[in-house]
Design a protein around this ligand. Sequence first.
Ligand code: AMP
Ligand code: GLY
Length: 413
Amino acid sequence: MRILVVGGGGREHALAWALSRSGRHRLMSAPGNPGIASVARLFPVAATDVEGLVDLALEKSIDLVVVGPEAPLVAGLADALRSSGVSCFGPGRDAARLEGSKWFAKEIMDSAGVPTAEGKVFTDTASAMDYIGKDPADFVIKADGLAAGKGVFLPEDIQEARSILAGFFGGDFGNSGLRVVVERRLSGREVSILAVCSGMDCVILPPSRDHKRLGTGDTGPNTGGMGAVCPPPELKDDFAGLARERIVLPVLNELHSRGLDYRGVLYAGLMVTDEGPKVLEFNVRFGDPETQAVMPMLGSDLAELCIAAAEGERLPARCLGRDGACTCVVMASGGYPAAYGKGYPISGLDDVEDVLVFHAGTAENGERLVTAGGRVLGVVGCADDLGSSVEKVYGQVGKIDFEGCYYRTDIGG
Ligand code: AMP
Ligand code: GLY
């Protein structure tokens, strides 16, 4: 088959790597990155250029498009491909609202009886403050729309809650923050679930956990993710089955009853509370950097799962996993998630042994590989258990270097 991977980050490198493993498919990527170029032919079409991607898929007789980022899905890439007769692994625009609107996601969960934090939607500060009452530390305030992972706040006092709401309604987050969801704060440990969905059926990939905060010890600002492990060591074997029955299948049923056929990956960010797992958020795409840690743990062939899902076929009830664990450490540019420099030469990639290196923000400058983004590389170590995978990856990351290079030293801890 001819498979086109849309996107150019670490997640897409891991996806292209996994799709290429069987050796049975011809891979292409748009726009891709220098790492993806080792397994796929690249085409310089932006991930947000819906028309350009449809043209490319038709011109290259693509059998399946696998979409990495959410923006093209929310913009209707999957619908445009399907109406041109191209099979797509990614939900249509209407179902992509699960990520594009937190309130839509809540409504679906409420109708489907899926456990989540109780909440309400607001369009003005006074009503939201009324709901929050005297204890803002019991609540979370979220932009309804897409905010590049920056639209979630955990206020500590009334003054802070008020100023967060004023920022949202004052337009700090554009249209995304003009509607705000306020929900109860949950406590527990977070787990990420990636479910491959084919309409009414789904298969859960091995669970994972990302480390969102910038600093060692879970300090500092939230980022896109500084590392990930697969699987989280404390989870029981039946966790994936529980997530399938209680969360993903009810959501797919509810979407179906509204005429929405969800073919793609559904990412559920869960909080494992004393009362069981509850949904914090849905994404309509693979997680980044979770995917970098999950792909090497797959025992099933990703391409086969994606092809079946895109065609709406039945999926195996269980995904085959591998024994052991994987740890991904993200190497980032100094300054990320705020401003950072680009174009610094990357050294040491030929010196690392027995780890996978997924490119996230890299570019070629002549013969040299240079930095080109906030998250630059994802280095992944796999071993018989989590502790050994952590040891393995940290034994190698120090060999890679670029100016301002930063990584957390406690991923997997
Ligand atoms: P979200 O984008 O909705 O996943 O939120 C980003 C992060 O905010 C999550 O990974 C959690 O760490 C935190 N968060 C979101 N909702 C809640 C909640 N209801 N209770 C506690 N923490 C939350
Ligand atoms: N790592 C979090 C996300 O992909 O949304």
